[in-house]
Design a protein. Structure first.
Length: 376
C-alpha cells in the first residue's frame, strides 16, 4: 500500500476533511443568510451569487469522488444529446438504487458547469439538516412532505418561481420517491398488480404526481427531460464511506434526451408516458446485467480542476488556524484544555458521521413501505 493510499484509510484524515466541509459549509450558510438583502433589490443577482456559494460547498463532495477516490463516470448516449448538456434547462429522471447516485449526478453537473444551479424535489426533513438543507433553502429548492394533498400548492408555487431562473438548471426528480430496497420493491409491485400496471424488476413503481406537475409548471422554461439510468461495474454497491476511504468505482450512466414537446400535456397521458419510461429503464438495467454495458456511444467528460482547487483553498484557510490552536492546547499542558479539545474532536467526529448517515440506504426513510399502498 502506497503512502497516499494509506492516508486515505486514516480516521484523522477523514476527520480533517469533514472539518473543512462542515466549517466551510457553516461559513457559506452565513454568507448566504447575508445575501437575503439582495433579493428585493436584484433577485437574479441574488440567485447567481448563491449558485456560486452552493458550488463552493457541493464541489467538495464531488472532489472526493473525482480526485480522492478516482471514481470514473462514463456516459452512454449520442453526440447530439451530449452537445446539449449545460446549454438548456432540463428535468432529470434518475434511478434511486445507490447511496451515491446523487453524487454521480453532481459529478456530471459539475463537468458541464451546472452544479451550483442544480435543483431537486426534496423531502422536507432535509430542510432541517445543517449544511445540506440550509444551502438548499437559499437555492430555492422545492421541499415536500410527500403527502400530495398537503404538497400540491407548495410544489406548484416553488416550481413556478423557478420559471425565470437566470442560469441553466438541471432539476432532479427521483420519481420512485425513495431508495430501492427489497421490502419497498415487494410492496410497490403489489400496488402495480392491483392497478393493472406491468411489474418492474429493478425499480419501484414511479409516483407520477411530482413528474406531471413539474412538466406542467416548467413548460416554456425546460427544454427536455433527460432519463438517466445508473449502474456500477462489477456489481458494486458503493457508499459515501467507501469514497471517503478512497475506494475507486466505475459508474456507467445511460442518458436519453426527450424533448418536452414529446411528453403529453394531459396529466393522465403524461403519467402513462412515465410508466412506459420506467419499463424501458427496467429493460436497460436487464441489458446491463446481462452484457455489462449500456447501448450508445461512450463519452468520458474530463474532470475539471476547480473542485480540487476549491477544496485546497478551504483546507488552507481552515486547517492552518486549527493546527496552530491544537498545538497551543497541548503545549499548555492543561488537562482541562486538552480534554475540552478532545471532546470537541469527538463531537466533530459524531457530527460528520451523522451527515454521512443521511446517505446510507439502511438508515433511509421508511417512506414507501406503507405509502405505496396509498393512492397517488
Amino acid at each position: 500500500m502506497g503512502f497516499i493510499a494509506f492516508l486515505k484509510t486514516q480516521f484523522i484524515v477523514h476527520l480533517l476533511i469533514g472539518f473543512v466541509f462542515v466549517v466551510s459549509g457553516l461559513i457559506i450558510n452565513f454568507i448566504q443568510l447575508c445575501t437575503l438583502v439582495l433579493w428585493p433589490i436584484n433577485k437574479q443577482f441574488y440567485r447567481r451569487v448563491n449558485c456560486r456559494l452552493a458550488y463552493s460547498l457541493w464541489s467538495q463532495l464531488v472532489m472526493l469522488l473525482e480526485w480522492w477516490s478516482g471514481t470514473e463516470c462514463t456516459l452512454f448516449s449520442d453526440e447530439a444529446t451530449v452537445n446539449t448538456f449545460g446549454k438548456e434547462h432540463v428535468i432529470i429522471i434518475l434511478n434511486h438504487n445507490f447511496e451515491i447516485d446523487f453524487l454521480c449526478g453532481w459529478t456530471m453537473t459539475e463537468r458541464f458547469g451546472v452544479l451550483g444551479s442544480s435543483k431537486v424535489l426534496a423531502k422536507r426533513e432535509l430542510l432541517y439538516v445543517p449544511l445540506i438543507g440550509w444551502t438548499w433553502y437559499f437555492l430555492e429548492i422545492v421541499f415536500c412532505k410527500r403527502r400530495w394533498e398537503e404538497d400540491r400548492d407548495t410544489v406548484i408555487e416553488g416550481l413556478k418561481r423557478l420559471a425565470d431562473y437566470p442560469e441553466y438548471m438541471w432539476f432532479l426528480l427521483y420519481c420512485e420517491g425513495t431508495r430501492f430496497t427489497e421490502t419497498k420493491h415487494r410492496i410497490s409491485m403489489e400496488v402495480a398488480e392491483s392497478k393493472g400496471l406491468p411489474k418492474l424488476k429493478y425499480h419501484l413503481l414511479p409516483r407520477t404526481k411530482g413528474f406531471t406537475t413539474a412538466v406542467q409548471c416548467l413548460r416554456g422554461t425546460v427544454s427536455a427531460v433527460y432519463d438517466v439510468t445508473l449502474n456500477f461495474r462489477g456489481n458494486k454497491n458503493p457508499s459515501l464511506l467507501g469514497i471517503l476511504y478512497g475506494k475507486k468505482y466505475e459508474a456507467d450512466m445511460c442518458v436519453r434526451r426527450f424533448p418536452l414537446e414529446a411528453i403529453p400535456q394531459d396529466e393522465k397521458e403524461a403519467a402513462n408516458w412515465l410508466h412506459k419510461l420506467y419499463q424501458e429503464k427496467d429493460a436497460l438495467q436487464e441489458m446491463y446485467n446481462q452484457e455489462g454495458i449500456f447501448p450508445g456511444q461512450q463519452f468520458k467528460p474530463p474532470r475539471r480542476p476547480w473542485t480540487l482547487l476549491n477544496f485546497l483553498f478551504w483546507a488552507t484557510v481552515l486547517l492552518s488556524p486549527l493546527f496552530t490552536f491544537g498545538f497551543g492546547v497541548f503545549a499548555s499542558g492543561s488537562p482541562l484544555l486538552i480534554l475540552a479539545f478532545l471532546g470537541l474532536v469527538g463531537a466533530a467526529s459524531f457530527g460528520v458521521r451523522r451527515l454521512i448517515g443521511v446517505t446510507e440506504i439502511e438508515k433511509g426513510s421508511s417512506y414507501g413501505n406503507q405509502e405505496f399502498k396509498k393512492k397517488e
